[in-house]
Design a protein around this ligand. Structure first.
Ligand code: ZN
Length: 278
């Protein structure tokens, strides 16, 4: 999954860094998964775009034609598909992936090559594992690619999409009002699965973000996980954006945000499990 993207975004190399951190902190039970095929990617994109990226004729979402980046996307998308299936089976799973929501039907952009959110949704819908999927996109930026594909492929009945980046949120009160209303609408739409983008770029110090402090990001994550757990909605979450970088290139602040999301996930769903056992 990890591959230097050749762009400003450090997200291409984030899966390995975050995974290593979670293993070291003893926060996860790893599982194996398969990459998706080019045909799977055509569930969200035109064949011409998919074939163009894999043949090196069309630019990927990072603005280059690097075939290693193309190959890595089969694994990042495959990871989200696997997490979505596992969530339906066991209620909660995580894919340490990024780079999905700006990818439109016929083109990538904004560090996103293929839209794994749509591919995972459509795979599970086709497999009959879910009847309706909710995408809760808490990356700081507008999930324009997701909206574009939903519109072009007429998926509004199958996929309910909420993206904080489409709102004008001035402070954390605005933010949590939006989050509560999005969660309520997902419950009312009776989605069978939520794909939650836990973007670290909603942080107030993010160079491309954001307005939440570390404590508020933690509250965002615990709010989402508690609501999903309480309402028994299977949840697969991923990393999405995060651009805080030290002078030496270290992304430890982003890794700390993702670690806290995983801690909140374990706290909430670990508790649920214990309650179930007694
Ligand atoms: Zn973003």
């Amino acid at each position: 999954m990890s591959c230097p993207s050749g762009s400003y975004s450090p997200s291409g190399e984030k899966p390995a860094a975050v995974y290593a951190d979670w293993l070291e902190q003893n926060l996860i039970e790893p599982m194996a998964f398969e990459p998706v095929t080019q045909a799977d990617l055509c569930l969200a994109h035109s064949t011409a775009y998919v074939e163009g990226v894999f043949s090196g004729k069309t630019s990927n979402g990072h603005g280059n034609k690097n075939l290693d980046v193309a190959e890595s996307t089969r694994w990042t998308v495959g990871s989200l598909v696997a997490a979505a299936r596992e969530a339906v089976r066991s209620r909660i799973a995580c894919s340490p992936s990024s780079g999905f929501h700006h990818a439109c039907y016929g083109a990538g952009g904004g560090f996103c090559t293929f839209n794994g959110l749509i591919v995972a949704s459509r795979k599970l819908l086709a497999e009959g594992l879910v009847r309706r999927v909710g995408i809760l996109d808490c990356d700081w930026h507008y999930g324009n690619g997701t909206d574009d594909i939903i519109r072009k492929l007429k998926l509004t009945n199958d996929i309910v999409h909420h993206t904080s980046g489409a709102q004008s949120l001035r402070d954390s009160d605005d933010y949590f009002r939006w989050l509560d209303s999005a969660m309520q609408q997902l419950r009312e739409a009776k989605v069978d699965l939520i794909l939650y983008q836990a973007g670290a770029d909603a942080h107030i110090n993010d160079p491309l973000g954001g307005l939440l402090t570390n404590e508020e990001l933690s509250k965002r994550d615990s709010t989402v996980f508690e609501q999903c757990c309480k309402n028994d909605i299977p949840t697969a979450w991923n990393l999405a954006g995060g651009y805080q970088k030290e002078a030496d290139g270290s992304i430890h602040k982003v890794i700390e945000i993702h670690r806290e999301t995983m801690r909140q996930c374990n706290r909430v769903f670990g508790q649920g499990l214990k309650t179930g056992e007694h």
